[in-house]
Ligand binder design. Sequence first.
Ligand code: ATP
Length: 442
Amino acid sequence: MSQQGAARMEELVSLCARRGFVFPSSEIYGGINGFWDYGPLGVELKNNLKTFWWQRVVREREDVVGLDSSIIAHPRTWEASGHAEHFGDLMVDCRACKKRFRADQLDEAEPCPARQGTSEHDLTEPRSFNLMLETRIGASEDAAIRAWLRPETCQSIFTDVKRVREAARQKIPFGIAQVGKAFRNEINPRNFTFRSREFEQAELEFFVHPAEAERWFETWRDERLRFHREIGFAKSRLRTRPHAKQELAHYCRAALDVEFLFPFGWHEIEGIHQRGDWDLRRHTEYSGKDLAVTDEETKEHFLPMVVETSMGIDRTCLALLLNAWEEQPLPDGETRSVLHLHPRLAPVQVAVLPLAKKLAEPAGRLAQRLRRRFAVFYDEAGNIGRRYRRQDEIGTPFCVTWDFDSETDGKVTVRDRDSMAQERIAAQALPGWLVEKLEERP
Ligand code: ATP
């Protein structure tokens, strides 16, 4: 990473901790590598992203339904999926500094701090390392069975597919979507939340007739790119990268990464995969339950093919923060720190600020009314300019000021975060005005 990139990351990490977006888990014990906690603003940002994904992928479609499956699945699941056998990275250890690296990421390793006369690591031969986090189920040690925390959310979608399809009266083509936690014992967690050991995924598995797999892969690629532009990613910081044949995972027929330009380079935030019939075939084999479908008209009995879209919630939140964050020079020579988040995703949608303490009562009433429908922050402390800056830094798109005129004309001043322009709006009309702004598509 360039020095400038590293400085930008460092500043963002500090902003995130200071303002309560994201900070190390178990911080008072010194943190735990690869685990993060989302504070009051972070959880709102994350929830807004998940809700918007659910809206576009599930609610607005007739052919997609939702699922919330358990994190621990029957251990046979991971044998069938291939994870027990294949899900690993080759790793190497440095005998001198005891650090562990992924064999394919050695070029990014820092110099060895422990050797005399050289900064090169003293590396072991590569060894395979399974990335699944293990646990045990059952009270007594002897009788306990080994189980794993899921390394991806999709496998339960495959094992539940028959039940869900029948319950939801769906026919091919149709999809099942899920948002939830996944766990990977990453060898080298780094770049803030980008590579963690506990993270969230928003996944869609779309089941299609084999003859239509190619077409649906393209449809979902386009849908997903539209989504990323809708949440505000600049075109210049978003690209797709098709996988070369030798890069494809064991189950994959075609794959494409949606990548964002992080300060540490272009990296994946979402994977779009054509998984073929691998998963359904393997689960049919391992469970003995037929997961094929029959076309009612043609009577054809076949295993559907799967097109998958898999977005990392944490990586996308990190990308959203980096994409939105600006240290903006102002005409008066000052600089303001501002997050240009899409109003739909902003943790606080509207801040209500009485111009003077004397006006706290009517302003408080307005805030309370708005709270029924919006994420509201009420702030009466400090001068108005400083209050605006505090909201800019956390990405609040609109600040509403109740002033002395509001008492007589029933109007408030609404200040736009990005343009800093102000307009007078009737307090009564505010909810409708805000809804329109939140729904706006870029
Ligand atoms: P990478 O090659 O970066 O390890 P991957 O190709 O293994 O990622 P997938 O298995 O396709 O990732 O998972 C889908 C999405 O889940 C990724 O696009 C990413 O956003 C997210 N994801 C995967 N691993 C992690 C992780 N360790 N920390 C945070 N998010 C992750």
